[in-house]
Design a protein around this ligand. Sequence first.
Ligand SMILES: [Zn+2]
Length: 140
Amino acid sequence: MTSKVNLEKVESIPKSIDEGILYVSERFKVAAHLCPCGCLTKIITPLGPHEWSLSVKAGKPSLYPSVGNWQLPCRTHYWIRDGKIEWSYSWTDKEIKHGRAREQKKLKEYYSSKNRGVKKPFWRRFLKWIEQKWFYYTSA
Ligand SMILES: [Zn+2]
């Protein structure tokens, strides 16, 4: 697990990226990082008024809103704030003992109330579009 996120400004997002770095391409209005849970999935966050917004304070990046990787097997959900990963749920030992059923229930409730299936298809379409765009630019 990584807990710190450094900002790195790039022309376009490199094909292979490192853990603990938020790559930001102002040119393509997109940011990318590896999932901090350790699964090393490349997480792409388009930047814009209807997507994520990036703010930088003393060189430390913050992304708004949170990043919810519920489409990944790890189903992580966290904030990137002031160059740090803040997990959206912190589990006490007791809660962990209660098992994943309760976690799943909470997550399910959270996502159904906050995201209600609106964002996911859009995000997926956008992701695909961005990937195609990059592929074009990075292989040119
Ligand atoms: Zn992960």
